[in-house]
Design a protein around this ligand. Structure first.
Ligand code: SF4
Length: 341
C-alpha cells in the first residue's frame, strides 16, 4: 500500500551545469552537464533501512540531498508522507526540516568547535521551538544522550568536540538529530571515518534506534559488506542511476546485475578456505567521469557481457522477480535473440 511508504521518489534527476569560460559563451558552445542523478525512482517503507550503495561519484549523496530537499529537483517528484516536497514552503517546510534529518560522514567537521555538547543539542530545539522551559529541553537532551549511550549525560554536557573521541562525536551528531524526534534520517557514510572497532557499535545503535523510535533511514555507503548487516532494502547505484534494487538478503545472496556481482566479488573474504571462491564477474577499468557518461548502458565499456545493443540504448529498470528490480539486457528474454546475433 502507498501509505506504507514514507518517501517515494519518481523519475528524479539532478544535473549540474559545468562551468563555462568566456570563450564557451562567445562561441556559443553548448552547455554540458554532470548528470549526478538521472531518472531515479525508489520507495522507502516506514521504519526500514534503505541502503544506497555505490562507488565515489556515483551520485548517492546527491540523491540523499534531494530526498532532504537540500537540492531542488531538475525533474521528477518526491513525496514525503504523501506530500510533494518540491512545493512545501514556510511552516510546512520548517516542519519537514525537523522530521527529516542528516548524519554526516565526518562528525568533527559537522560539529561547531566552539559549541559544547549542550549547545550542539540545544540549538536545534531553539530553532524549532521545541520545549518551552529549560527543564523540558534538558529532559529531551538527556533522553537523546542516553539513547546514543553518552552516559551519564552530565559528564559530556560541558565538553567541546575536541574533548570527545571519534565515536563519541558521531554519537553526539546522532543525538543532535534525535532531539527533534525525526521520522527520516539520511546517514551519509556515518561510520567510514571511524575506527573499525567502533563501526559495529554505531551501526548497532542505528539499528536499535530504528526499532525504539521507529526511524526510517537512507543509509549511504560504498561498503556492501556493512550494507548486508543493517539494510532491509538495497539499491545499487552506478553513474547517476540505480541499476539493481531488492530485499537486502536477495541482493547479497543472488546479485543479478553484473555491477552488483562485481561489487560483491570485491568484498574481502575473511575465511581463508574461501580465498579461491568462484567469482561472478570481473569488470575492468576505472569508473568514467560523470561529466562524460558512456552512451546506452553506462557500464558497457567495463562489462564482460556487453553486446551490440548495450552501447545504443539504456536498459529500462524491470521487475525480474518478486520485489527484485534490475536494469540489464541479460534479463530481457526478447533481447537474447539480438545477443545471439
Ligand atoms: Fe552489461 Fe549490457 Fe547488462 Fe549493461 S545492459 S550490464 S553492458 S550486459
Amino acid at each position: 500500500m502507498q501509505d506504507d511508504y514514507l518517501i517515494v521518489a519518481e523519475n528524479v534527476s539532478k544535473w549540474f551545469p559545468i562551468r563555462r569560460d568566456l570563450s564557451d559563451i562567445v562561441l556559443r558552445r553548448p552547455i554540458h552537464y554532470v548528470k549526478a542523478v538521472d531518472n531515479v525512482s525508489l520507495k522507502i517503507k516506514r521504519g526500514e533501512i534503505f541502503v544506497l550503495v555505490g562507488e565515489s561519484g556515483c551520485g548517492k549523496t546527491t540523491l540523499g540531498k534531494l530526498l532532504l530537499k537540500a537540492y531542488e529537483l531538475d525533474a521528477g517528484k518526491i513525496t514525503f508522507e504523501g506530500n510533494d516536497i518540491s512545493v512545501v514552503k514556510g511552516k510546512k517546510l520548517k516542519e519537514f526540516r525537523r522530521v527529516a534529518q542528516v548524519i554526516f560522514q565526518d562528525p568533527y567537521a559537522s560539529l561547531d568547535p566552539r559549541f559544547t555538547a549542550w549547545d550542539v543539542l540545544n540549538e536545534p530545539l531553539h530553532i524549532h521551538n521545541v520545549g518551552s522551559t529549560k527543564e523540558e529541553r534538558q529532559e529531551i537532551i538527556f533522553r537523546a544522550m542516553e539513547d546514543v549511550k553518552l552516559i551519564p549525560p552530565e559528564d559530556f554536557l560541558e565538553r567541546f568536540p575536541h574533548m570527545l573521541s571519534g565515536g563519541q562525536r558521531q554519537r553526539l551528531a546522532m543525538a543532535r538529530t534525535l532531539v527533534l524526534e525525526p521520522k527520516f534520517i539520511v546517514a551519509d557514510e556515518p561510520v567510514s571515518m571511524l575506527d573499525l572497532s567502533i563501526r559495529a557499535e554505531i551501526l548497532e545503535l542505528m539499528f536499535s534506534l530504528k526499532h525504539r523510535r521507529n526511524i526510517t533511514y537512507l543509509y549511504i555507503t560504498h561498503d556492501l559488506s556493512t550494507a548486508r548487516y543493517v539494510g532491509d532494502t538495497i539499491g545499487i547505484m552506478y553513474l547517476g542511476k540505480i541499476v539493481e534494487m531488492g530485499r537486502a538478503s536477495d541482493v547479497i545472496e543472488n546479485p543479478l546485475h553484473p555491477y552488483t556481482q562485481a561489487l560483491l566479488d570485491a568484498v574481502p573474504e575473511p575465511d581463508p578456505s574461501n580465498r579461491f571462491k568462484e567469482r561472478h564477474v570481473r569488470i575492468t577499468g576505472e569508473i568514467p567521469s560523470p561529466a562524460n557518461i558512456p552512451s546506452g548502458c553506462s557500464l558497457h565499456p567495463r562489462c564482460p557481457y556487453a553486446f551490440t545493443l548495450c552501447p545504443v540504448k539504456y536498459p529500462e529498470m524491470k521487475q525480474i522477480s518478486n520485489g527484485r528490480l534490475a536494469s540489464c539486457y541479460l534479463y530481457e528474454p526478447t533481447v537474447s535473440d539480438v545477443k545471439a546475433d
